[in-house]
Design a protein around this ligand. Structure first.
Ligand code: TRP
Ligand code: ZN
Length: 472
């Protein structure tokens, strides 16, 4: 939608240089910058798999949410303060916001027009925003959040429980509880203040802040200072046993719901978080965040675990039998591979899941269970190679081609370039792309540098072929 008016007005920007104010009349070379041509930011971030996810025209630096949740009514309300930088001359821009209603929007303190268009909030500031300018959007909003139901990829977003709620999901979930540029390519810091009735706990990403109780309500604060991809933000509100400690001098918070036994398999598995983290540091290099831990959800609707930044969330179904530390190794591996180093587009998800699955193999070997080679052998024979790992299609983001063939690709790479180059690469990749976004071709280039040779044919066969690749 193109609007003419204040936001579309042409503004001349003249930058004059050479006028030093010392009275010397230097010939004034006045530099004339092209006038801004204001246009609305795109309604999607341009992901080939999910073209409507996220938005264009700006880059978020941080989200700061001040919210109140009323479990009795299911109502969520509050204010989102979003700092961003324009990446084009903007007359208007979109935020993703599903089912919730914005009551007031300001841009740099000035009232802005906002209209809901499906799951998009279209914001038109009083004046255009020139490319490169930092701006602050404040959105007052509220309503009863609803989950997003994706037929093939499962539910994502806000789910109400008997006494609370939680929100998480991949590849999208954030737009069900705050206005957001909901695509991993736009990473931002994340701070949450959540007010709930006394007696409930609130868990989220990052470092806990001061907790304030007033008039029957408690406000919990959490802050993640390293930029996160929006699907890695989470909140859980309910009755939890929260264990707050430190690991390596950083806060480590582990929460298990009251409904599960204090010394059951869930608690016993998460207890080993620090130990698993220490092992992964030996494989991947320094832990990338300021805090760590994990949260267990006891809810039938959560049949998965998710690598929510700094503090993964685990569905209780992982902990029905004996302790399951393998899933902890998987989610913690994502803190390096997936979170700190995040995707630029969903197609490259093997960069997350292939490495997290390979970390399971490494952990199992470390534990004296089967070796990585044995894990490889078990999947290699009898595998169906018809789906290419490097382009699995949006319906198969979480399929075997991504997880198992992804991990086999990692192991095959190890066999091809040798252990010294491989393990050096496992550490240099997270170091070089810390807090960044990557694509498969970046990894191929890094692997070729580590190996000192062309790996084009290797990756073509392992990532994009549809037939069994030869054993390296
Ligand atoms: N990425 C998650 C993991 O491997 C698993 C996952 C797949 C997931 N689909 C999901 C998590 C949907 C949440 C929602 O750890
Ligand atoms: Zn995973």
């Amino acid at each position: 939608m193109r609007r003419v008016g204040a936001a579309g007005a042409v503004v001349m920007v003249l930058v004059s240089a050479g006028c030093t104010g010392d009275g010397d009349p230097a010939p004034a070379p006045s530099v004339s910058v092209a006038p801004p041509s204001f246009a609305p930011g795109a309604g999607g971030a341009g992901d080939p798999y999910f073209p409507t996810y996220g938005n264009g025209g700006y880059d978020v630096g941080g989200y700061d949410l001040k919210l109140t949740y009323a479990p009795a009514s299911g109502r969520l309300a509050g204010t989102a303060t979003i700092t961003a930088t324009a990446t084009q001359d903007l007359s208007a821009f979109n935020l993703d916001l599903a089912h919730l209603v914005a009551s007031k929007v300001t841009v740099d303190g000035q009232a802005a027009t906002s209209t809901a268009d499906g799951d998009e909030l279209v914001v038109t500031p009083a004046a255009g925003i020139v490319k490169g300018r930092a701006f602050t959007v404040v959105v007052d909003y509220g309503g009863k959040p609803q989950a997003l139901d994706n037929e093939t990829l499962g539910v994502g977003g806000w789910l109400r429980t008997e006494d609370g709620a939680f929100a998480l999901g991949q590849p999208e979930s954030a737009s069900t509880w705050f206005p957001v540029n909901d695509h991993p390519s736009d990473k931002a810091t994340f701070a949450l203040s959540m007010t709930v009735p006394d007696g409930l706990e609130v868990l989220s990403n990052g470092v806990p802040g001061e907790r304030v109780t007033d008039a029957g309500k408690t406000t919990w604060r959490w802050a993640e200072s390293k930029p996160l991809a929006s699907y890695l933000a989470f909140v859980a509100i309910g009755q939890y046993r929260v264990r707050t400690g430190t690991h390596d001098g950083k806060p480590m918070i582990i929460a298990v719901p009251d409904s599960l036994p204090a010394d059951g398999p869930a608690a016993k598995s998460l207890e080993r978080t620090g130990e698993v983290q220490d092992f992964l540091v030996t494989q991947f290099g320094p832990y990338p965040f300021d805090s760590s831990g994990g949260v267990v959800l006891d809810d039938d609707r959560v049949s998965y675990a998710l690598e929510t930044q700094s503090r993964p969330v685990y569905g209780s179904t992982f902990f029905i039998g004996p302790p399951n530390v393998t899933v902890v190794a998987h989610e913690l591996a994502h803190q390096w591979y997936g979170d700190s180093v995040a995707l630029a587009r969903w197609q490259d998800i093997w960069l997350n899941e292939g490495f997290a699955t390979y970390a399971e193999w490494l952990w199992q070997e470390h534990e004296g269970d089967r070796t990585a080679q044995q894990s490889f052998d078990r999947v290699y024979s009898g595998f169906n190679w018809s789906v290419p790992t490097g382009d699995p299609g949006p319906q198969r983001l979480f399929g075997d081609a991504v997880y198992q063939r992804g991990a086999m690709t990692v192991h095959a790479l190890r066999r091809t370039i040798g252990d010294p180059a491989f393990f050096a690469l496992l550490k240099s990749w997270p170091a070089e792309h810390r807090d960044g976004n990557v694509r498969t071709e970046d990894f191929v280039a890094a692997a070729e540098r580590a190996a000192g040779k062309d790996l084009g044919d290797f990756f073509e066969a392992w990532l994009f072929g549809t037939e069994k690749p030869p054993l390296p």
